[in-house]
Design a protein around this ligand. Sequence first.
Ligand code: ACO
Length: 379
Amino acid sequence: MDRYAHVTGWGIATPERILSNEELTQFVDTSDEWIISRTGIEQRYIAGPGETTASLASQAACRALEPTNIEAHDLDLIILATSTPEHIFPSTASLVQDEIGAIRAGAFDLSAACTGFIYALNMAAQAIRTGSIENALVIGSETLSRYVNWDDRSTCILFGDGAGAFVLQASDKPGGILSCIMRSDGSGADLLSLPAGGSKLPASHETVDRKQHTIQMKGREVFRFATRVMASATREAVEEAGLQLEDIQLIIPHQANKRIIESAARGLRMPMDRFILNVNRYGNTSTASIPLAFFEAMDDGRIHDGDHLVLVGFGAGLTWGALAMQWIEPVEKPTRRIQRRRRWIRWYSRIRSFIRRVLRKIEGLIWGAKSHSRKDSNE
Ligand code: ACO
């Protein structure tokens, strides 16, 4: 029997603080008029001290599980796409796995910049379709504001923080993720990067002084690249799904710049009302932007049972990709039992995680004591 991978749950999380263009003008040499006319951005969310890539991701994940008939224990795989992980290692996905109590799930981060969510969805869908897993959680989560150079007016106005998550489940019902194309061109690696902090340029006084831990971008070149690939990637994904552009009800593009999305619409000869546009409220949230836009489209009743959608993105790498899917209204709803269990699972997982940490400490003490006594007896 054929297996399909369907999105059955979706959720988002945003930081509390909103930074408007007007507020930005108080410490950056820019204007509300310039930002809106060049990018379409009016405001963005900025993470506060207690808000991190993992905490936003965990919130979005729990919300994404809510409409489904499964709980965190049932997840087999967590893929977290991010450009702003909490650490180089451990993966932010593992932190989320622990936080939400997904005790049976494998977890890893995926780095493909703003295209990451599309890559991650495709990886999870492939794993479901091959029969190796049943349920996956795909998250895009970012705290880009922590890597922004607030003295660089050409980049600091663009980025915002947030998270979005999808639950994917196996089904024998046709539809769900239909096709995906993933592309990369590393010759453009220098166009958009965060140069220091990796193994090539580890943190030093010099890297800090040179602000090499902040986002560096050649905006015009990235703009040209983005306008080129958005339309072509969409066409390829649609063709690979055996569809025509006319069959697509809605395009959910990466929200980097309103003008890039308008240019893609022109390239595809499609009216703007078939594109979701919410960059005005969130700015560029990288991997979180597509699930944030999907969530709003859902909330506004713009996605209907049987609709064909294209998710399309581009980003550093350079990377780009597009994914065609057919939205099928999930029939399985959460039972009362699952709703009740979900509440205590989060408590249970916190207690479990705490006990495991304590046991690991005790184990360390015992082993430490044993190896000391062995050393003493050898002497
Ligand atoms: N306020 C006022 N003036 C500004 C600002 C600002 N915030 N930023 C730049 N300017 C000035 C520049 O100094 C320049 O002045 P000059 O002509 O005197 O030198 C002028 O505005 C024009 O600058 P451009 O860079 O040519 O402006 P452009 O129209 O290209 O817009 C922008 C800049 C918005 C960055 C655009 O190039 C863009 O959106 N590029 C794509 C960026 C993007 O999508 N990046 C994310 C990729 S996804 C990922 O992986 C994270």
